[in-house]
Design a protein around this ligand. Sequence first.
Ligand code: DGY
Length: 336
Amino acid sequence: MAETKAARVYVTRELPSTALDLLAEAVTIRVWPGELPPPPEVLLAEAADVDALLTLLTDRIDAAIMSAAPRLRVISNMAVGYDNIDVEEASRRGILVTNTPGILIKTTADFAFALLLAAARRVVEADRYTRQGRWKTWEPQTLLGQDVHDATLGVVGLGGVGLEVAKRGRGFGMRVLYCDGIRKLEEERRYGLVYVELEQLLAESDFISLHVPLTSETHHLVGERELSLMKPTAVLINTARGPVVDQRALWRFLEERRIAAAAIDVSEEEPIAPDDPLLGLDNIIITPHIASASVATRLSMAKMAVDNLLTALRGQVPPQCVNREAVRRWRRALPR
Ligand code: DGY
């Protein structure tokens, strides 16, 4: 399985051309040309003869796909999250799974903070107001928002993105609380962050920003109980994964103004259903999973995904391998 033109790779979407060209120089590629993800039956058929898949977070890679792909040795996901892949199943079969961590941290944090500011100061609503011809004069009481400076920011999950959001909060003069499975004493000292339990964070924060991966433990981490602990003026930001928040409960709390506002870049179902009741509310901003969508970052992600894939096809374990437990089985399948 050396890196040769003989190795076949299926890429599930058009990528920035610089990255795709790098891949095409090294291996034989087929690329799904559609704007939407390849339908499952296409993916099943295309997987049949490939050594590697280059996937996006919208592609569900499960046991059925892996069974249909006897030669498959690496799944390179162009995302830091990999909850779209059955990693346990891949490990059982000696298939390496890789992701693209690190490079999207600051871009994602910028966007989370953009959502925070936009929700606090009702930027999207104000834009609609202007376009609807409702701006008649300067009004003392119209579109009043909340101050960000001096407010309390609660960061749930102090990984790379969480820490960058916390730093941005400190830059805006916010008090920053965080909760995490692991207490980060060095970051606390360096950036002036305060470690608290989730309940305290929810009760004391004016803005709550979520930065946890989606796992069975974080599914509906924010539900009815957690929302009821928040201040009525609280603003919830989710740039992590949709199912981390119970969306029905969120709708109820926003509709009844039991929390002030939310801004979400991710949704339990993606894309959000056109009849989702959240779309009928003024006090939520909903963007289409674009937190990492800067030109530079998307190119870096694509290049890293290509690099991971080629590294594995050359018989080396990519640094961004997320299932090291698969390596022994994967090595056994390499040609000697
Ligand atoms: C990821 O990489 O997991 C992000 O959600 C993409 O923006």
